[in-house]
Design a protein around this ligand. Structure first.
Ligand SMILES: O=P(O)(O)OC[C@H]1O[C@H](OP(=O)(O)OP(=O)(O)O)[C@H](O)[C@@H]1O
Ligand code: HPA
Ligand SMILES: [Mg+2]
Length: 168
């Protein structure tokens, strides 16, 4: 799906913060976690909020790019791997590691990181049905044909009235 998808799910900063807090509440009983691995770039924002709530200070990134333009999912590229010191946490397979992303869509991004850390706990703020099986904890599910608009991708803009033909 792309921003031209039939359904739009716009998320404000306020809503995103609330949803990240809700995610942290759910994760509070899923740990204990020693470290967070955030999937850049989208995972950076929820990771910061969850790290604050769960008092986690060991934060790593795995840098993956999948959508090279706003219409098509290009090939997945791992731009930066997870550091050996983080891979060594727990059982060396991800136990005690919390992986965070902003959303899962097809699940391809999460699958790449699952293959790196099979026993890690995977969290996303939002999930679409195809990606949901890859994620252990999420807050809100939207349909596959919905495009989620994150606050960092948006700005204030005029909105046409809902009812066509009304003033404006
Ligand atoms: O489940 P998937 O179909 O793999 O899609 C989900 C991924 O797509 C987006 O990242 P993107 O690659 O666009 O990069 P970004 O986080 O840098 O925006 C989003 O942040 C997820 O990481
Ligand atoms: O619904 C989405 N919104 C923003 N970025 C995305 N990357 C994959 N799916 C989405
Ligand atoms: Mg991403």
């Amino acid at each position: 799906m792309s921003p031209t998808s039939p359904k739009a799910f716009p998320v404000s900063w306020d809503q995103f913060h609330r949803d990240c807090r809700a995610l942290a509440w759910r994760l509070a009983s899923a740990g204990p976690f020693e470290a967070i691995v955030c999937i850049t770039r989208g995972g950076l924002v929820p990771a910061a909020i969850v790290a604050r709530e769960l008092d986690l200070r060991l934060i790593e990134s795995v840098c993956i790019a999948s959508y090279h333009d706003y219409k098509n999912q290009g090939d997945l590229q791992v731009l930066k791997d997870i550091a050996p010191s983080i891979k060594a946490v727990g059982d060396g397979q991800g136990k005690g590691v919390l992986v965070i992303d902003d959303l899962t869509d097809t699940g391809k991004t999460a699958k790449i990181v699952r293959d790196m850390l099979p026993n890690a706990h995977f969290a996303a703020v939002y999930a679409k049905p195809a990606g949901r099986p890859l994620i252990d904890t999420f807050v809100t599910e939207v349909s596959q044909d919905t495009w989620i608009y994150f606050p960092w991708d948006m700005g204030l803009a005029y909105q046409a009235p809902i009812r066509e033909g009304s003033a404006g």
